[in-house]
Write a protein that binds this ligand. Structure first.
Ligand code: HAM
Length: 403
């Protein structure tokens, strides 16, 4: 039997209900915040991800589904959504149009990671990207938007924030950090030794406990921020406080993608095991420029839908629409005709087999229909239909012309 690939799941039945419930709820919130839907291709030139997510990141360095297509092009399945949206933004010349552009998207992302609970190779993100707003109010609004979505889903969280500085303060900090790493170089893991020359700040979120204990004494970026970054970070904290969004400052939060500057944030849940990040994002003011666009400030986030599906509190199922069944085979054609008419307006389930009333009632209950409607010999002769409201438990016989 052919099975799905490791780390790639089918989504159906109860999971599909959770998936679509989340998407419709997150879409409504995104629209309330003035975002518009964007769809970008799953497959892009590999160079796009190298130049945005970064060659030194694990995502590009180790986890891409990268291959040469039949036309000899080096292409990759998207490991995340931001790069494609920025590419589209520049390609559609929206960077030249000026103004504010806000997009949301959802869909599959692909990372060749080691699968485990909450970590898949094909997973789904819901994300938003905002272009053209340099104000830190927009960063705060992104965070509040996630908080809104999670609240509506009944999901508790912890929010961690940090500032990664900008081109004024980051280089100086990086030099200080490299000097510190050199002072303990023979004590840190091989990955961190490699990171020292590729992307030193990534050592700060190394998962190795021994490394982490050594980095406790590392210089803190938060103490090296330039005036502008510091004032933005203070403002961000103030806005979150004013709006009742609790947060923790995590000076080691550096994110796994290279394009961030200034604000970085992550939402984590304590109820889903080790893969606890349910959403993450931040500001990326240089990325549009890196991808050949005009300098444009930008900020965004993405949420991991599979992880959220584990946590989401689903609303009680409400009965909806009709179930229509026949008690004898002669009534089946009529049942199908009535079903077709009613389907213009609402959800209708119909059974092509003649069954007893008891079995029809059971089937109607199973599909959560509001009305169970049945036609037998008597109803056929009288041009009527028997209808039971499964919510109020009342029943009646109706003329077909009134049904
Ligand atoms: P990210 O933190 O790499 O950010 O991913 C966002 C979310 O996707 C994570 O918090 C997690 O919930 C989910 N996720 C990531 N990898 C997996 C996996 N292997 N299996 C299941 N879920 C996963 C980004 O992707 C950025 N593009 C976010 C962003 C948008 N920043 C600015 N704009």
């Amino acid at each position: 039997m052919i099975k799905s690939l490791r780390g790639m799941n089918d989504i159906l039945r109860e999971d599909y209900e959770r998936f679509t419930y989340f998407i419709s709820l997150a879409t409504e919130v995104a629209q309330n915040y003035g975002f518009h839907f964007i769809e970008t291709p799953l497959l892009e030139e590999t160079a796009l991800f190298k130049r945005s997510v970064g060659e030194s990141s694990d995502i590009v360095g180790k986890e891409m589904y990268q291959f040469i297509d039949k036309g000899e092009n080096d292409v990759s399945l998207r490991p995340e959504g931001t790069a494609g949206v920025v590419r589209a933004f520049v390609e559609q010349k929206l960077d030249r149009a000026g103004g504010i552009h806000r997009f949301f998207y959802y869909g599959s992302m692909f990372r060749y990671e080691r699968p485990q609970k909450g970590r898949l190779r094909q997973f789904h993100q819901f994300g938003v990207e905002s272009f053209g707003v340099a104000s830190v109010y927009e960063d705060a609004t992104m965070i509040m938007m996630i908080a809104d979505i999670l609240k509506r889903c009944g999901i508790g969280y912890r929010l961690q924030i940090n500032s990664l500085g900008d081109q004024n303060c980051m280089p100086e900090y990086r030099n200080a950090l490299v000097s510190f790493i050199e002072s303990i170089e023979n004590k840190i893991c091989e990955d961190c030794q490699r990171r020292k020359s590729t992307n030193p700040i990534r050592v700060l979120d190394c998962k190795n406990e021994h490394c982490q204990s050594l980095y406790e004494n590392a210089p803190k970026l938060i103490n090296s921020l330039c005036k502008e970054c510091e004032s933005d970070f203070n403002k961000l904290k103030q806005i979150l406080n004013d709006n009742g969004v609790a947060f923790e400052i995590d000076t080691n939060l550096v994110r796994g993608l290279d394009y961030y500057s200034k604000t970085a944030f992550e939402f984590v849940s304590d109820n889903i095991g080790s893969q606890s990040a349910i959403a993450g994002g931040g500001r990326y003011d240089r990325l549009v420029e890196f991808l050949d666009g005009r300098p444009t400030p930008a900020v965004g986030f993405a949420m991991g839908i599979e992880r959220l599906m584990e946590l989401i509190v689903m609303p009680e199922i409400t009965r909806k629409g009709y179930y229509i069944g026949a008690m004898d085979t002669e009534a089946v054609d009529l049942v199908v005709q009535l079903t077709q008419i009613k389907r213009n307006k609402t959800k209708v389930t119909c059974d092509y087999k003649a069954k007893s009333l008891k079995n029809h009632l059971k089937a109607a209950d199973k599909v959560h229909a509001r009305f169970c409607c049945v036609i037998g010999e008597n109803e056929r002769n009288d041009n009527t239909i028997w209808v039971k409201d499964l919510e109020t438990k009342t029943e009646k016989v109706m003329k077909l012309k009134d049904f």
